[in-house]
Write a protein that binds this ligand. Sequence first.
Ligand code: IMP
Ligand code: MG
Length: 193
Amino acid sequence: MQGDIQRVLITRRQIARRVRQLADQIAQQYRHRPEGLVIVSILSGAIIFLADLIRHLPMRMKIGLVAVSNYPGPTTAPRGPRLVRQLQPEIRGRDVLVVDDILDTGGTLRLVLAELQKLQPASLRVCVLLRKPSKAPADITADFVGFDIEDVFVVGYGLDYDDHYRNWPDIAVLRPELYAAARNPRAAATDRA
Ligand code: IMP
Ligand code: MG
């Protein structure tokens, strides 16, 4: 796996430090809400971020999970998100924080936020570990952001390429020849455009 990595963009130490800072900001935001939070996290990319973040949040919380499908098969070009599964606690009247790995084009969060809004939460905020500001749309804002990154496809710390590399502890860029080029030339070309 190590041989597949071209360069590390954010080290595990930088991630750990930033996750603690994000947790402090979140705890501060909700400090007067004794009933705590409902965290809704998006599978599967956010699982490692979620696990680390919540262990730095000393407050009451319930955790819900939703699954959104973006990248069918070996491609880095998204096809438009679809909500495929939902497992979540009561949302109505609760402070809800959506936790995701990355805000890229915003399609995933737009879909999830619209679904959650229908359930009438008291508040609805977003925390993402990564954001690609060059692509982030004006209508989707993240309230808590770990790192703004350049527009490159990254893996590790939960993020995958064709469901691989989620377990890599740093956030990294793969060697370009590993991306879809071989099996899916058109998708790879679109992504680089
Ligand atoms: P969006 O809908 O375009 O904002 O993309 C969000 C989702 O696509 C994220 O939750 C990720 O699962 C996935 N994604 C976007 N960019 C990357 C990347 O660079 N590496 C891995 N997954 C990504
Ligand atoms: Mg995701």
